[in-house]
Write a protein that binds this ligand. Structure first.
Ligand code: 1GP
Length: 253
């Protein structure tokens, strides 16, 4: 199985390049004006399009991914909530092990069910230590996964969890405050995780302003993920893309 996107992400990190992932929740896509969003992703150089969510009710994923693939070469990476969210039209999948929780189903159970399907799918597998961080209220993902998030003011727990994930061989670390979080993951926590692992760090949940994006990037995030913020204000896509670019080595901030 190829590791093209994973290798590229490690390369980008080594070169001090930050990345921007636009998260598309298939339930919220209006297929009629979807091309508008895709045009903006192309125009402003989104690095990845993540597709998924912890709860998908409409099951238009196939149409959504087909549309993206027919429109652009931006890599499509699945961000699945469970084994029903596998779609071989995508380029890769974040194979998430929910290491902040203690629910075996999301640590290994869904993975066992998915393994033979994934092997046949041809999808690039991106093994990811996925950590939910408390954002002040319960999120869909913590409810659905039946797990407790890591307290937002305990960077030490996040650092040790990330370290354990890396020692277990997970190649990416994802810190997620949950979709639409009021408070994103704190810079202190991102910095603590940055010091504890060498994997690229993905940060998402509640990043809905340039300031929040800058906080995450300055603290050590390699990839920032934005979903809700763009759904609410499409101009944010350009603003975040420019912010991410300005953080890459060689750029003047
Ligand atoms: C959530 O990291 C993602 O799982 C993105 O969150 O929708 O709040 O940007 P938002």
């Amino acid at each position: 199985m190829t590791q093209q996107l994973l290798n590229k992400l490690y390369e980008r990190k080594a070169n001090g390049q930050k990345s921007f992932a636009v998260l598309i929740d298939p339930d919220k896509v209006n297929l009629e004006n979807f091309s508008n969003l895709l045009d903006l992703c192309i125009q402003h150089g989104a690095d990845y399009i993540f597709v998924g969510g912890s709860l998908i009710t409409d099951y238009v994923m196939t149409e959504v991914i087909a549309k993206i693939k027919s429109y652009t070469n931006i890599p499509v990476i699945l961000f699945p909530g469970n084994s029903l969210h596998i779609d071989s039209q995508a380029d890769a999948i974040l194979l998430l092990s929910l290491i902040s929780g203690r629910n075996p189903e999301f640590l290994i159970g869904q993975h066992v069910i998915s393994a033979p399907i994934l092997r046949k799918s041809g999808l690039e597998i991106m093994p990811t230590g996925y950590m939910l961080i408390d954002s002040g209220r319960q999120t869909t993902v913590s409810y659905i996964s039946n797990t407790n998030p890591i307290p937002h003011d305990k960077p030490g727990i996040a650092a040790c969890t990330a370290m354990a994930g890396e020692m277990l061989g997970l190649k990416l670390t994802y810190l997620d405050a949950g979709s639409g979080a009021i408070n994103p993951v704190s810079p202190e926590m991102i910095a603590a995780v940055r010091q504890s692992v060498d994997t690229p760090i993905i940060v998402g949940g509640g990043i809905n302003s340039i300031k929040k994006a800058k906080n995450a990037l300055s603290a050590g995030a390699d990839v920032i993920v934005v979903g809700n913020g763009i759904e609410e204000n499409i101009d944010l896509l350009r603003e975040i893309a420019e912010t991410v670019d300005s953080y890459s080595v060689g750029s003047i901030q």
